[in-house]
Design a protein around this ligand. Structure first.
Ligand code: PEP
Length: 244
């Protein structure tokens, strides 16, 4: 099943030592030390992990990037150029936790996408509906609204991650039918509305585990997985990478 992309999102977890140990454990696994595997570590540890990854295949990813394009008086911000400078290849944009806790809006996310791409990073735009939106039947409209920023960015490389909010960290996985439906809808929307990108690749995220990774990754239009909780355990993450 080569060609699938697996990105682990460590979120606000680990310390300097445990982040190094986790990365070392992944580097010992041939299934993980591959160019189609990425790890999104906390920002403060990215530089050290990036140094460790010199000459290795695993790609480094950031969990967020500033909406401000150039250096300046933006206390606390980390720019796309800084992330590129320390070896990041990917950056998550608009993860549902950032939309929920930091009220990230489409104009901000558009700026983040543009900044990431201008710096040579591949942004991963995260989209997905809440349980309420799914039950109300408005989930496709919600996802289209989140995707709408792609109509305003120049052609280039980016990824999309479909992460139903109700499946993140809950142990509830979307059914394969639900995943196939939304992934297909995302690709159709992009073909009709977005500027041509190298290819439209859509990852699935939401309680992906060693046990369900293979069936999810084999589902139509699933080009990879964004993995939260299970990426903090080297053994589980290895099994997910093996399924790719
Ligand atoms: C995520 O946060 O991107 C995620 C998919 O988390 P989990 O795998 O824990 O549901």
């Amino acid at each position: 099943m080569a060609g699938k992309l697996i990105i682990g999102n460590w979120k606000m977890n680990t310390r300097a030592q445990s982040a190094q140990s986790l990365l070392d454990a992944l580097l010992e696994q041939p299934a993980c030390d591959q160019p189609w595997v990425g790890v999104a570590a906390p920002a403060v540890y990215l530089a050290a992990l990036g140094a460790r990854l010199q000459g290795r295949a695993i790609r480094l990813a950031a969990q967020d990037v500033s909406a401000f394009a150039s250096d300046g008086a933006y206390t606390g911000e980390v720019s796309a150029a800084m992330l590129q400078d320390i070896g990041c290849a990917y950056v998550l944009v608009g993860h549902s936790e950032r939309r929920q806790y930091f009220a990230e809006s489409n104009p901000q996310l558009l700026a983040k996408m543009n900044n990431a791409m201008a710096a040579g990073l591949v942004p991963v735009l995260c989209v997905g509906e809440t349980l309420e939106q799914r039950e109300q039947g408005s989930y496709l409209a919600v996802i289209h609204q989140q995707l709408s920023i792609l109509a305003d960015i120049a052609a280039g490389e980016y990824l999309i991650a479909y992460e139903p909010v109700w499946a993140i960290g809950t142990g509830k996985v979307a059914t394969l039918e639900q995943i196939a439906e939304i992934h297909s809808a995302i690709k159709t929307w992009c073909l009709q509305n977005a500027k041509p990108s190298a290819s439209i690749r859509v990852l699935y995220g939401g309680s992906v585990k060693a046990e369900n990774a293979e069936s999810i990754l084999m589902t139509d239009n699933v080009d990879g997985a964004l993995v939260g909780g299970a990426s903090l355990d080297a053994g589980s993450f290895r099994m997910i990478c093996q399924a790719a």
